[in-house]
Design a protein around this ligand. Structure first.
Ligand code: GMT
Length: 380
């Protein structure tokens, strides 16, 4: 199959999922054309059958902001024509679903039919998408999509509850490459970060408000008062300053390491004891899945799709949003009991195996085939 994939290149989960999916499909022999405005973070090596097309902008003094949708639509049309795409798969509804619809219309005028699939990831539905500025276009372009998937059952339900949707939405969960994300011995790193055997807590995100980075630090502060610990923070974003200030205010700066936008994150996961994800909302929690795959139990909030991933009391704990005392208690419960911690680690990796790339990829392929069949195109 010749598949076009449109995604954001940024550190967010939708770009990671789209790129990993593209690479996995390419490994299986599909030709994958990734379209984005910058090289996506995980498109970091030469991969056979993966082609990258950058959306370029022509600037003009009249524009306060370059018209991204127009440039992206042109690029999709161009790639579809010359690479003979069978299918387009866009990740994150805004504005990708609407641009896909427009590209489809333009190609139709030339006698080319390009079916498109929209995958919903999270804030395209829960926060941004629901804003009246975007909601009507989101509903329209989802209803016109030839297929729609959501990354959790919760997100599927949220979409139905909050948009005028007159179509089915399939749930295909996010996945992890267990060959890359697995426990690996990195004792030299551990010695460098925690020379006295301190417990290592980890959080990775794009430091946006929805991630509640202040809660991460408050939980760590409560844990670090009771046992020797270090906090590693991977990623960057708008709340970075706030996080640094809070560390200073709580006098834990010496125990907290800001690692920035670090890739590969699996090296940090390899030395971590616990992963913190106290988000306001989280449609899936890909970062938590990657942690669990590396045998790191997760303390998260009981929101969105997280209960579909983190099994409370088995692979970590789920707590109420903002309840930093409870999160710290649960963290201490695990960190103080080596046997229980070990048991949770093993259970975490077992749960992660349910989301192995090998198991989830065929679901996307089957969905593609189903869409092509119902759209009236022969499956290549
Ligand atoms: O909405 C975001 O925060 C960004 C979004 C993205 O596009 O990167 O993340 C969402 O998609 C990820 C991949 O499917 C999910 O693992 C995240 O849970 C989800 N984030 C939220 O729902 C906040």
């Amino acid at each position: 199959m010749r598949i076009g994939i449109v995604c954001y290149p940024t550190y967010g989960g939708s770009g990671v999922v789209a790129t990993e999916l593209g690479k996995a499909l390419a490994e299986k022999g599909h030709a994958v054309h990734i379209i984005s405005y910058r090289t996506p973070a995980r498109l970091d090596a030469l991969v056979e059958n993966v082609f990258y097309h950058e959306v370029t902008f022509a600037d003009y003094p009249l524009f306060e902001r370059a018209p991204y949708e127009t440039a992206l639509t042109s690029k999709i049309v161009d790639v579809a024509r010359f690479a003979h795409l069978d299918l387009l798969h866009v990740h994150y509804a805004i504005p990708h679903a609407a641009t896909a619809f427009m590209a489809q219309q333009m190609l139709q005028d030339e006698g080319i039919f390009l079916p498109y699939i929209t995958t919903l990831h999270g804030t395209d539905i829960t926060l941004v998408g629901r804003d009246a500025t975007y909601a009507r276009v989101v509903s329209f372009s989802l209803n016109r999509s030839n297929g729609v998937t959501a990354v959790s059952e919760w997100l599927r339900q949220e979409t139905i509850n909050n948009f005028s949707i007159s179509r089915t939405i399939a749930v295909i969960p996010n996945f992890v490459d267990l060959k890359r994300f697995r426990k690996s011995p990195k004792e030299h790193y551990k010695k460098a970060i925690a020379p006295r055997g301190e417990k290592i807590l980890l959080h990775t995100s794009n430091f946006r408000q929805v991630k509640r980075i202040a809660d991460v630090i408050q939980v760590f502060y409560r844990v670090a008062r009771r046992l020797p610990a270090r906090l590693l923070l991977v990623g960057d974003g708008p709340d970075r300053q706030l996080a640094e200030q809070l560390c200073r205010d709580l006098d834990v700066s010496d125990q907290v390491v800001f690692l920035g936008k670090l890739d590969p994150v699996e090296d940090v996961l390899a030395i971590s004891d616990l992963f913190l994800l106290p988000s306001q909302t989280e449609s899936f929690g890909l970062a938590a899945l990657e942690a669990m795959a590396c045998q790191v139990p997760v303390i998260a909030t009981r929101v969105g799709g997280l209960p579909e991933l983190v099994v409370d009391g088995v692979t970590g704990f789920l707590c109420a949003v903002g309840d930093v005392d409870d999160m710290a208690e649960k963290a201490l419960l695990l960190l103080r009991d080596e046997n229980q911690l070990q048991q949770f680690k093993e259970q975490a990796v077992q749960q992660a195996a349910r989301f192995d790339r090998q198991a989830v990829l065929p679901r996307y392929e089957a969905f593609y085939e189903q869409v092509l069949e119902t759209a009236g195109r022969p499956v290549p």
